[in-house]
Every structure is written in C-alpha cells, then in structure tokens.
Design a protein. Structure first.
Length: 98
C-alpha cells in the first residue's frame, strides 16, 4: 500500500493546505499525538486519513474528491473480491480517546 504522507511516533504535527492524489492512504499516522490536518485536498485516494495508536487527532476543512467507490482485492490464493459500498460517507472527526 502506498501512503502519500506517513507520520510515525511524533507529536505536535500540523499538516495544512496541501494535496495528495492517487495514494492508497493519503495520510498514515501511527503512534503519534497532537496531530492537526486541515485545508488538505484528497483526490483519488482509498483512505484520506488512517490513524493507529493516535491521541488528539483533529481533521477539519479538508476536501475529498473522486474517491473510489469500489476496490478490487486479490488474495495470494488467487481469490478476487470486488468491494462496492452501498453507502459512501465522508466525515471529518475529532478523535480523543479517553
């Protein structure tokens, strides 16, 4: 999987006013805190923001366009799934685990 921006084990990160096009994951954040993403443009990406073990992530005023509505997944044994959602939901969120 390709990531446009990867942030790992960092704090006080601010990403503003850029664009990511054609990546599987636009912004991949792992093991970080106090991350702010705003004013970004995501085009033709599978996932805009992926967060794992992240505290205090704020994503606001971002623009998503031409998000894929289906994805073909091929497994090592040759099995192919064509995944198509019945609903597409784009939502900005404030994430702060308790």
């Amino acid at each position: 999987m390709s990531a446009g921006i990867r942030i790992e084990n960092s704090s006080n990160i601010r990403i503003e006013g850029g664009s990511v096009t054609g990546a599987d994951i636009a912004i991949d954040v792992v093991g970080s805190s106090d991350v702010n993403v705003s004013g970004m443009r995501f085009s033709d990406v599978g996932t805009a923001i992926k967060a794992d073990r992240v505290t205090r992530l704020v994503a606001a005023r971002n623009y998503m366009q031409s998000m894929p509505i289906h994805k073909e997944v091929t497994f090592p044994d040759g099995t192919v799934f064509d995944l198509k959602p019945s609903v597409v939901l784009v939502r900005q969120y404030l994430y702060s685990p308790s």
